[in-house]
Design a binder for this molecule. Sequence first.
Ligand code: GLU
Length: 489
Amino acid sequence: MPTNLANKEVRVRFAPSPTGDLHVGNIRTALFDWAYARHTGGKFIFRIEDTDRDRVTDEYIQAAIDTLKWLGLTWDEGPEVGGPNGPYLQSQRLDIYAEWAAKFLAQGDAYYCYCSSDELEARREAQRAANVAPGYDGKCREISADDLARYQTEGRKPVLRMRMPDGSTTFTDAIRGDVTFDHNFVPDFVLVRGDGSPLYTLAVAVDDVLMKVTHVLRGEDLLSSTPRQIRVYQAMGVKIEDYPTFAHLPFVMGQDNAKLSKRNGEVSIAWYRDRGFLPEAICNYLALLGWSPGDDRENVTMQELTELFTVERVHSSPARFDMKKLEAINGDKIRLLSLEDLLARVTPFLIKDGVITGTADELALVAKTLPLIQERIATLADVTSMVKFLFVSNFEVESESAPKIADEQSQIVLKRALEVLTATSAWDHSSLEQALRAALIDEMALKPRIAFSALRIAITGSHISPPLFESMELLGRDASLARLVMAIK
Ligand code: GLU
């Protein structure tokens, strides 16, 4: 990645504004930030941008912290771990922003603006009518003594605005190359609101400087705020060679090519966690969404990501989020788990779904089932429907499957199976298979699909289950026979 800072330690930050649960786009940014820091042996800084306290809540902040931890994106400086450049919550740094704002005012870089929102709106309207670039027109750059006296008598609370000089700002984005913003389209911008609270542009720029951030990898939606941030660096007296290097990551689009947004619950990482996606699958999938290690692999471990990640290999065009692909990768990762690990991960889902309470006996039975279903599930939550037949006290065939065993043919199969099984004393899956095949397939000449699907529904209540004979073995003789009796009208 091109950098002005060849000899300095790389310092990358992830700086979300937690106004909701972190979403897929945020997490991909965090992952790339983390990967770049780890790849370069630098530092990964986690900063919470919570100056907008009307929209950011403590719950969302905690959720953001928990999400990063869950994904394994450990940070070197930030909430909980601290660090030499803290605090890392912007709401705890307000005095720092106030100090810099006062300095900018004293230097003449910033000025008080008394324009009311009605006045601003009226002038914007006029700009639109006259077909000129909309934005603040600089009215309060010079205020006459009379006007100032009048504003003050009216009790107006001024905002603090940054003066944008004429000209343009050019910077080299590590993904998009040279980017230039003509200042005709970057009007004087607000640094501090009338109530004294700082705006994002002030806080983010001050913090990136004070936290010695060397690389800003973030979403493309923030590209247009870069010239304003650079203006703040200038006012802070930062030398051009000390500006961070910017890399704006292309959007993650939805299937329909619309932008993914956090208003849509389905993009929040919590949504995926609650549905049994593994953190390593999410990281694997998101890592390859918009970045590639130079080949067409679909699996990448965190270790490989750390070794291989470079910004040069981030694609410059938008990436499309594909749920099917994520599910496939999740299934792959589930298959890589040891049975012990899989058991530990599915247990909370089974408890939450009311399938088990978590006793040692229940867990032992789940543990026996897992090898049978590890190949068949795409998410941890899928385990519930696969194993619940082993635990229900009031067993019932699920309503959509009930008609499938009510027909004459199925009833004949079930009756014959009951006779055979009543006479079978060995209750292991191979004996069961042998006895049932002999009776149903060999003697009655039924197709296995017909014979065994009726049995499967009668025993497990569903047409989706672990393998049939193993299911019967796990369920046990008494319960299996009782279910057959129940299924026979
Ligand atoms: N806090 C900003 C946001 O969540 C991002 C700040 C940045 O990365 O520059 O949208």
